[in-house]
Design a protein around this ligand. Structure first.
Ligand SMILES: *[C@@H]1O[C@H](CO)[C@@H](O)[C@H](O)[C@H]1NC(C)=O
Ligand SMILES: *[C@@H]1O[C@H](CO)[C@@H](O)[C@H](O)[C@H]1NC(C)=O
Length: 390
């Protein structure tokens, strides 16, 4: 009896241990406005494969100056029209292990309102109550805060935001944890930004999931060519550029005291593009005259979805950068750096090497979700999943 009881105990903890070690997450963002895109770019909840990701984030809801949730588009999100909240929640009927979360913020929301709410104890409390109410009403499993960023950008308060951000997370944690809800945040992967914005040990302790946005290091906001998410530095980087890569960002979070098991390495299914000033100079740091031409689905200069690149620009010359471990394509005066199966597999291997909790993906809608370019749907997210569990 005794022996078998001990054996059982050991066997059980071994199972638990192996379960927690192999339970790697793939946190995927659903960007609700993609329902308005044209043609093959049009995306909706029915295009989501509920078995690809472990967590799905609805992006985004906004905030009011008072600390209330601001539904940014009632037509696509709640029960007035397309019912995205309800459709997402219902995906757990197909895959009961899936977690559906609501994400608040994003780049376009700016920093000011978050700074104001985080600074006021009554507003922090109201927001936490609102979030609990939202999760109960819509049957979601967690909340994701995407304040970009504490202490950075217009209207932020560089002196007080970092401490107030921690206070806000405490308020949210106190409300969410006893009810079994997950608390996550998307955080900057830039070394300079994170030194300003975050008290890393406290942030790490309070969050269940830390999504590190190690992308957008370069783009049309600079007047020269650069990859948006290089895995490593280039020998052409100078002192000011040498940390603008995935490994530097992840390592800095770890060095500053984040728990690697909570960290999720963020990757993009898109590319950032440029118009070359001189088509004969397509090297890293070559001068540019602006962003690359917009694509028919994403519709923004300087950005192309992987789906747009593979459907429409497979004739552009493919170049693999051995130093930075990422691909780009050049066609005439157009240059686009992006992610493919090879570069993503390397990023996932790195996340495994660092014992991270998993990968965060921005976002479903720019992967080849229809399977137009190859034999299967979602080649990028599928590669992440395969590499993560192998
Ligand atoms: C979600 O599932 C519930 C329960 O099965 C159902 O009543 C509801 O209509 C579903 N929502 C949508 C938008 O299909
Ligand atoms: C990055 O490198 C480029 C080209 O060498 C340079 O022009 C730019 O100023 C650098 N950026 C920073 C932040 O140092």
């Amino acid at each position: 009896m005794k022996v078998s009881a001990v054996f059982l105990l050991v066997a059980t903890s071994a199972v638990l241990l192996s379960a927690s070690v192999s339970a790697k997450n793939i946190v995927c963002y659903f960007t609700s406005w993609t329902v308005y895109r044209n043609g093959n770019g049009q995306f909706d909840v029915d295009k989501i494969d509920p078995f690809l990701c472990t967590h799905i984030m609805f992006g985004f809801v906004g905030i009011t100056n008072e600390g209330k949730i601001n539904i940014l588009d009632h037509w696509e999100s709640d029960d007035d029209g397309l019912k995205h909240f309800s459709l997402l929640a219902n995906l757990t009927q197909v895959n009961p292990y899936l977690k559906i979360m609501v994400s608040m913020g994003g780049w376009n929301e700016g920093s000011q309102k978050y700074s104001e709410v985080a600074a006021d104890p009554a507003k922090r409390k109201l927001l936490a109550e609102e979030v609990v109410h939202f999760l109960e009403e819509h049957k979601f499993q967690g909340f994701d805060l995407d304040w970009e960023y504490p202490g950075i950008r217009d209207g932020s308060d560089v002196q007080h935001d970092p401490a107030n951000f921690v206070e806000l997370l405490k308020e949210l944690k106190t409300a969410l944890y006893p009810r079994g809800y997950i608390l996550s945040a998307a955080v900057s992967g830039g070394v300079t930004n994170m030194d300003i914005a975050y008290d890393v040990p406290l942030v790490s302790e309070l969050l269940d999931i830390i999504n590190v946005m190690v992308y957008d290091f370069h783009g049309a906001f600079e007047p020269f060519v650069g990859h948006f998410a290089p895995l490593t530095a280039s020998s052409k980087d100078d002192a000011g550029n040498a940390t603008l890569n995935v490994k530097s960002g992840i390592q800095h979070w770890i060095d500053r005291g984040a728990d690697p098991a909570k960290m999720h390495l963020g990757v993009g299914t898109y590319g950032r593009s440029f118009t070359l000033a001189d088509p004969n100079n397509a090297e890293l740091y070559a001068p540019t005259s602006g962003g690359g031409k917009s694509g028919p689905y994403t519709g923004q200069d300087g950005v192309l979805g992987y789906n747009e690149i593979c459907e429409l620009h497979s004739d552009w010359t493919y170049i693999w950068d051995d130093e930075q471990q990422v691909p780009h394509r050049v066609g005439g005066n157009q240059w686009v750096g992006y992610e493919d199966e090879r570069s993503l597999a390397l990023k996932v291997e790195y996340a495994k090497e660092k014992n991270l909790g998993g990968i965060m993906v921005w976002s479903f809608d720019t992967d080849d979700f229809r399977g137009i370019c190859g034999s299967e749907t979602y080649p990028l997210i599928r590669t992440i999943k395969k590499t993560l569990i192998n």
